[in-house]
Design a binder for this molecule. Structure first.
Ligand code: C6P
Length: 423
């Protein structure tokens, strides 16, 4: 199939200047095997704009110091920048107060924190935790551990053939009356499904059930308003939203955080320590023991500035258009099976597929020869793979710098693989 994108990197897509955006990302100038890198593994991690790289550089070159501990100039500068980052993140997701933003290493640590600190005091014998078949391992294993420890059980919400949640499962489980927490992903990292979080929160709350949203694949890509969603917790990672690795966020409603026990303990999270007892600071500091990733938080603050300037509504619109183009183009490839919803309105920028019986790793290696970077495997979602009846998929995931021309490169490369494997 010969396909030509109407839009090239230097031109505008619906008023969104993707060419200008791309100029901010130095890595996109790289060539692989003599061809420009096509980076389509954004669900794993995003690339970083020069604005974020420079913010990290400025921190280390000009005001690297520990936060809160020094009364000297550069420590004060570091503390201000660190707290500025917290404030910017609170604004980005419309939290009521910056104290609802806890810095952690990423989504995985955020969910572990909630499982330990909230879960241990609020889940008991005979209670249940509701999950879905499309969760990432990070939103399954911590709850399995907690359920085992407490004598609680797990209840799963199934999915339809198209990869949408089975709402009758949600209703049925909640009506049984034992579900204390619903932990659900906002956007599936394999299917791209965007779950109707607002409705799910309303339903859960009606039954006195708290809700934790895994925002790893949503916060980087669309406007999020935690007050409007009314979720109790939201977990996300900085590295998937133009920020550095090693930094992420757990948002929690203040009244919940206030009653939670610390996750880790040690320096800076205490009010007073005596030989046999200690008292703790208020949130968020109670949950930030030891020296945190100061540079990471400041870098994430710069990433939030970057995303806010572009506008997450524009990012979402751009990605929807690119996803629609990708779904149509991949849909025309002979013997290619796609997973997830077909309507780009209800789907994020993730396209998982298999080409006949070509192994996903072989497919990804072929694409790599053409300079196209995608992920293959189970995507840390083995229960979902079981549900889909496959061992692995190849997954292309887009971001704010992806162009239709890059999708053409992906499709041409998949077709080349088809010819090589004689499909
Ligand atoms: N998914 C992917 O390629 P961390 O690793 O803590 O930053 O994020 C974990 C995580 C949690 N939930 C969802 C929905 C995710 O997609 C991820 C990370 C990556 O799909 C790496 S496995």
């Amino acid at each position: 199939m010969q396909r030509h994108a109407q839009v090239y990197p230097s031109k505008k897509t619906s008023g969104y200047d993707v060419g200008r955006v791309r100029a901010d990302f130095p890595i996109l100038k790289r060539e692989i095997n003599g061809r420009p890198l096509v980076y389509l593994d954004n669900a794993a991690t995003s690339q970083k704009p020069v604005q974020v790289i420079e913010a990290l550089d400025r921190f280390y070159n000009q005001y690297n110091a520990n936060v809160y501990r020094g009364v000297y100039r550069i420590s004060e500068e570091a503390t201000v920048a660190y707290e500025d980052a917290r404030r910017k993140i609170a604004q980005l997701i419309n939290a009521k107060d910056p104290s609802e933003i806890i810095f952690v290493r990423g989504t995985t640590e955020a969910i572990n924190l909630a499982a330990h600190s909230w879960g241990r005091s609020n889940i008991g014998l005979g209670d249940s935790i509701m999950l879905t078949e499309m969760e990432h391992h990070s939103n399954i294993v911590p709850w399995q551990q907690l359920a085992r420890e407490k004598g609680a059980s797990l209840k799963y919400v199934g999915i339809t053939e198209e990869g949408q949640l089975l709402r009758q499962d949600v209703r049925q489980h909640l009506e049984e009356g034992t579900v204390k927490l619903f932990a659900v992903t906002h956007v599936s990292n394999v299917l791209g499904t965007i779950n109707p979080i607002r409705e799910l929160v309303r339903e859960a709350h009606k039954h006195g059930c708290k809700i934790l949203v895994d925002g790893a694949q949503s916060v980087p890509h669309m406007p999020i308003d935690v007050q409007d969603l009314d979720c109790d917790f939201l977990a996300f990672s900085g590295h998937k939203m133009c920020g550095p690795t090693g930094i992420g966020v757990l948002y929690g409603k203040r009244e919940l955080l206030q009653h939670m026990e610390p996750y880790q303990s040690g320096g800076e999270m205490i009010r007073e320590v005596h030989l046999y007892e200690a008292t703790f600071k208020d949130p968020p500091f109670k949950f930030e023991a030891g020296t945190t990733d100061i540079a990471g938080a400041i870098g994430l603050g710069a990433a939030v500035d970057y995303l806010s300037k572009l506008g997450l509504r524009n990012v979402r619109d751009h990605e929807r258009e690119i996803t629609k183009y990708a779904l149509e183009a991949l849909g025309e490839v002979k013997s290619l099976k796609m997973y997830g919803p077909t309507d780009p309105e209800t789907r994020g920028g993730v396209a998982s597929f298999n080409l006949a019986d070509v192994h996903a790793h072989d497919m990804a290696s072929m694409l790599d020869e053409d300079g196209v970077a995608v992920r293959s495997g189970h995507h840390c979602a083995q229960p979902l793979m079981e549900r889909l009846g496959v061992a692995a998929t190849t997954r292309a995931s887009v971001y704010l710098y992806t162009t239709k021309e890059e999708i053409d490169r992906l499709v041409a490369s998949v077709e080349r693989a088809g010819r090589v494997f004689k499909i």
